[in-house]
Design a binder for this molecule. Structure first.
Ligand code: MEV
Length: 303
């Protein structure tokens, strides 16, 4: 029996701007997906009612991973069991974490010696096949962990940051929101282009202040980034309520993470305010999780 795990991620700065080649900062968090594999008569998934044979409609990510393995190794029967701390469909990279952890577990099980680059690449292929279009950020961060500058995928040093995640619980389609922003940019190319440039400048300035450990200024920059995300129409009443509640409770800064429209926001906090901020987000109608940034990418937990 082999268990692997891989992290979810947040955007500290720069979502949406990165779609236009501008700078963003993504970071792994200590919420993880765990995948356990063990010998079985067929390729199957463990579910609440027992194990069932792998089904491309019910388990599209895992099915696609197994199909890829069939391309270069002899896939014998295996039971795959998934447990994840990462809320699904909320912009925290839950599908990427499950995909990457599954690839790592099967790699160890079949002894295929994939490199981290191979794992990230396969993960991105799987996400693209299942979702139609997928950003390579989620699978890259989930594989390598830590803080990453994108689109260049430059690993930055690791900085321990305390974050409260607020989940609106509202589903939003990344594809639709990205296309709404593209339409807005077409109508106002100069205005929106300059907003994207400013978001990029915020990411670049943010890196310097993260590296200096000046989290008050990082928080201030997150608030500016949030204003610009609102200006391109990716905010929502629910997200704003969580953002303002967290700031009132003492967060250093807070903003949407991911595509917006629903999903999650993040609040950067000092230790003394963590639980106050988490409670404030709950009172404002969100689910809240206290977490921290993490340097740990995909790994084997036990063999
Ligand atoms: C979505 O998680 C982040 C976006 O920047 C889209 C992308 O990077 O592909 C909105």
């Amino acid at each position: 029996m082999i268990t692997s795990s891989a992290p979810g991620k947040i955007f500290l700065f720069g979502e949406h701007a990165v779609v236009y080649g501008k700078t963003a900062i993504a970071c792994a968090i200590d919420l993880r997906a765990h995948v356990t594999v063990e010998e079985a008569p067929t390729v199957q998934m463990k579910g609440p009612g027992g194990s069932v044979d792998l089904n491309p409609r019910k388990h599209p990510y895992i099915y696609s991973v197994v199909e890829k393995f069939k391309g270069f190794t002899d896939v014998t029967g295996v039971n795959i069991d998934i447990h994840s701390d990462i809320p699904v469909g909320s912009g925290l990279g839950s599908s990427a974490a499950v995909t990457i952890a599954t690839i790592k577990a099967l790699d160890a099980y079949y002894g295929t010696n994939l490199t981290l680059e191979d794992i990230a690449h396969m993960g991105h292929q799987v996400e693209s096949e299942v979702q139609g279009r997928a950003s390579p950020t989620d699978t890259f961060v989930s594989t390598f962990g830590g803080m990453v500058q994108i689109p260049d995928r430059k690993k930055l040093g690791f900085y321990d940051m305390l974050i409260v995640i607020g989940n609106t619980g509202k589903f939003s389609s990344t594809r639709k929101i990205v296309s709404n922003v593209a339409a807005l940019k077409e109508r106002h190319p100069i205005v929106i282009g300059q907003i994207m440039d400013t978001i990029s400048a915020i990411s670049e300035t943010g890196i310097e202040f993260i590296q200096e450990g000046d989290f008050h200024t990082v928080g201030e920059l997150m608030n500016i980034n949030q204003g610009l995300l609102d200006s391109i129409g990716v905010g929502s009443k629910e997200l704003s309520e969580l953002v303002y509640a967290s700031r009132k409770a003492g967060a250093l800064g807070s903003k949407i993470t991911g595509a917006g429209g629903g999903g999650c926001m993040i609040a950067l906090c000092e230790h003394k305010n963590l639980s106050r901020v988490a409670h404030a987000i709950k009172r404002a109608g969100g689910d809240s999780f206290i977490c921290r940034t993490s340097h740990v990418g995909v790994r084997i937990e036990s063999k």
